[in-house]
Structures are given as structure tokens and as C-alpha cells.
Design a protein around this ligand. Structure first.
Ligand code: SAM
Length: 268
């Protein structure tokens, strides 16, 4: 059996009872470590679950998944995913592949940033399409996510912006010299995301509904005891420090429900 188990967002104790019981009986437990991270590290999880975990990077999950699934035909194997295993991640491909191999699967759901974002007071019903904001490089500055934010805004919908994570990427030097060397993991902050959005707005040929003085909400480490939420203009968000990762940014709709406004007031 192949299990996909969500770990939730906070710490080791956010695992469900069902998930923990499965982890404890499995032959092998993998921890997916490239689409999200918990505020606690692998060692703390291992101590809490009482068993070793194998970190599964993108290469293992994408290129070597067939080997894992073949093994899951005979053994019980679990893949642990931070948040919900199907929330804003692409793990459905694994489930389809498992079906091809006739491997039985079970999903254990948990909280995701996709629903926990409601901690800022905005109603989930009023969110539009979620966007991902990628890290810009000197030569690659995609801005199509801004059109989606604008589309939501025009329909009076909020936008959840998920921010780029870069783990185990080859360094420039390793690519040219063909050596194995990886850069330090990078997690985009609300400050960096706001800077990219402000740059897009400032480069637009004409004004749009979203301006640098539009409201934005920064969220960090949602679900953990030291989560932080801050509501301010996009311009000011460029200076906001919300501490260690992970961060998300929300661009609220222009006309908020009175309850949303009241709740948000505590974060301004
Ligand atoms: C691929 S998505 C998360 C998928 C995860 N499986 C889930 O259901 O939450 C990763 C992005 O979500 C956001 N995120 C995840 N957990 C977060 C948290 N606890 N606080 C703030 N943002 C978070 C960050 O922007 C991060 O880069």
C-alpha cells in the first residue's frame, strides 16, 4: 500500500491520529522536502514518530517514483507531505502512476495553507484563483501572476499568493563546470514578493485597479505558535519583516465584508 499523509502546518503534533498510526506500522517512511517545510526539522519529527525518515527530494519523487511504487506493491510505504498532500502540490501524478502499477493507495488529509489562510479573517468563499510568485532572476522576470491577481480583484475576490521555494538547485558554477554542488535553500519572503509586485505596478504603461497603496496581508508560519500576520499597503509591505519561513501574501478584494474588515483591523 502507498500512503500519502498530510502533516498539517504547525509542528510535529499536527499529524492526525490516523496518519500517526500508519507511519508507525509502515515498512518505509519518506518525508517530501521540496514543496513545503514544517517549522520543526526532520529530527524532531523522527523523535515524535519514533522512527527514521528518508528525505525525498524532487528527483526522488519525480524521476524515481516508479521504484518506490513497485516496492509499495509488496510493502507499506508512506510519503509524508507538509500541509495537505493534495493541497497546492502536484502529488496526484503519483496516485495516477500507482493506479497504473495496480498499487493500492490511501490519502490522509490535513490542514493546508489553502484553507488555513482564513486565519487573517478573509472568508474562504471570497478567494479567487491562487497564484504562485516565482523568484526573478536578472534575465527572467515573469509577471503573468499579476494578471491573475488583477482578474480576481476585478471580480471582488481575494488572491492567495504562494511564494517560491528553492531547495537543492544546482549552483551556476556547478552547471558550467558540470560538478555536483547545490545552493543554499531559499524561501521567498512577503517583503521580496511585495517588491516584485511593486516593480510590476511601476512598470505598467497605465494605471490598473491595483496600485502600490492597495492593501496586502503578509502571513508567516501559519499554524505554528509564532505565526505572524500583518496588513499594510503593498508599498510598505516591501519593508515588513515576518521572520523565518514559510511566508504567504494575500491581496484582498477591494470591497470587504464588514466582518472581514473588523477581523483584519487587528493586524494593521
Ligand atoms: C506548494 S505550497 C504548500 C503545499 C502544502 N502541501 C499545503 O497544503 O499547504 C508551498 C507554499 O505555501 C505557502 N505556505 C505553506 N505553508 C505555509 C505556512 N505555514 N505559512 C505561510 N505560508 C505557507 C508558502 O508560500 C509556500 O511556499
Amino acid at each position: 500500500m502507498f500512503y500519502l499523509i498530510g502533516l498539517g502546518l504547525g509542528d510535529a503534533k499536527d499529524i492526525t491520529v490516523k496518519g500517526l498510526e500508519i507511519i508507525q506500522k509502515c515498512d518505509k517512511v519518506l518525508l517530501e522536502g521540496y514543496t513545503s517545510i514544517l517549522t520543526v526539522g526532520k529530527e524532531i519529527l523522527e523523535k515524535f514518530y519514533g522512527r527514521p525518515l528518508i528525505v525525498a527530494d524532487r528527483e526522488l519523487c519525480e524521476s524515481n517514483i516508479d521504484d518506490i511504487l513497485k516496492e509499495a506493491k509488496e510493502k507499506d510505504i508512506a510519503l509524508l507531505v507538509v500541509g495537505d498532500p493534495l493541497g497546492a502540490t502536484t502529488h496526484t501524478d503519483m496516485l495516477l502512476r500507482a493506479k497504473e502499477f495496480e498499487v493500492e493507495t490511501q490519502i490522509v488529509h490535513n490542514a493546508s495553507i489553502m484553507n488555513a489562510v482564513s486565519c487573517c479573517g478573509l472568508q474562504l468563499y471570497n478567494f479567487g484563483e491562487t497564484v504562485s510568485i516565482p523568484y526573478w532572476t536578472d534575465s527572467w522576470k515573469p509577471d503573468s501572476f499579476f494578471d491573475k491577481i488583477l482578474g480576481n480583484y476585478k471580480r471582488n475576490l481575494h488572491t492567495l499568493c504562494l511564494l517560491d521555494i528553492k531547495v537543492k538547485e544546482p549552483t551556476e558554477e556547478s552547471l558550467t563546470k558540470k560538478i555536483r554542488q547545490y545552493m543554499e535553500p531559499k524561501f521567498m519572503s512577503v517583503k521580496e514578493a511585495a517588491r516584485q509586485i511593486v516593480q510590476i505596478i511601476n512598470n505598467l504603461p497605465e494605471k490598473t485597479d491595483i496600485a502600490v497603496d492597495s492593501l496586502a496581508i503578509g502571513l508567516s508560519r501559519v499554524g505554528s505558535l509564532d505565526q505572524k500576520i500583518m496588513a499594510t499597503t503593498l508599498e510598505d509591505m516591501q519593508q515588513v519583516e515576518l521572520g523565518p519561513p514559510l511566508h504567504s501574501l494575500v491581496i484582498p478584494a477591494p470591497n470587504l465584508h464588514p466582518l472581514e474588515l473588523d477581523y483584519l483591523a487587528q493586524y494593521r
